[in-house]
Design a protein around this ligand. Sequence first.
Ligand SMILES: Nc1nc2c(ncn2[C@@H]2O[C@H](COP(=O)(O)OP(=O)(O)OP(=O)(O)O)[C@@H](O)[C@H]2O)c(=O)[nH]1
Ligand SMILES: [Mg+2]
Length: 269
Amino acid sequence: MRSSLTPLGPPVSRDRIITSFPKWYTPDACLQLKEHFHGQVSTACQRRNTGTVGLKLSKVVVVGDLYVGKTSLIHRFCKNVFDRDYKATIGVDFEIERFEIAGIPFSLQIWDTAGQEKFKCIASAYYRGAQVIITAFDLTDVQTLEHTRQWLEDALRENEAGTCFIFLVGTKKDLMSGAACEQAEAEAVHLANEMQAEYWSVSAKTGENVKAFFSRVAALAFEQSVLQDLEKRPSSRPQVSDGNGDLIQIEGHSPKTQENKRPPGLGCC
Ligand SMILES: Nc1nc2c(ncn2[C@@H]2O[C@H](COP(=O)(O)OP(=O)(O)OP(=O)(O)O)[C@@H](O)[C@H]2O)c(=O)[nH]1
Ligand SMILES: [Mg+2]
């Protein structure tokens, strides 16, 4: 993960305060099923011992075909607006969204990229250093789902293997209902599992699931950032798990738990 330092700002708005771990959309395609912050993370937050996590920006990159609704999704979350007119993104754009998670400030830098082929080489220059990759498709257009594999491959090529959380997001949920929606979601869940991604259906038009989705993204990125920060610290004593996900220290090793043995971002359901 590549992060940059950002100055402290005014207090975050109430709806960006996360106190408990946000839930997945469906247990059939989710990155982790646990409902609480990692024991070490909770302890670090309580002790305000989260290092530089509160001062950094975590990079989120949103990719997918043109017209699937990437910009609309980001604008719904960051500005609470929806524009029915299509204005193609040219190259890239970004928004910074501030949270308070378990009492610690945390910011996402959300990169909106162009889906149009002619802008692809500009957009792909910004894939590097992503902690989260969101691959978006239009629930009403199955071809856009098929193309997400390629979008993901391109984004992963610019990042270290196993370091990114991957989300697959079906947009325009307001246009789907009944059996057609169930069918589209079932196909997407299947692909999400192949991609080792977490699946969400959202609507930028109605706002359905948009806040819940980004809260989930923020919480997973935050937890990973705190764990990485803790791991980087020199430890004079080795540690063993006490069986509850917390650690007991012994002589001379760095922290390791059941939960962080697998590189975060690889499906762990
Ligand atoms: N009904 C409905 N329309 C949506 C939704 N999200 C986006 N749209 C519409 O879909 C069109 C494309 O949306 P954009 O957000 O501009 O798509 P994009 O993926 O950013 O497109 P590029 O920037 O070209 O890659 C616009 O006309 C939006 O109003 C949604 O949730 N529901
Ligand atoms: Mg756009």
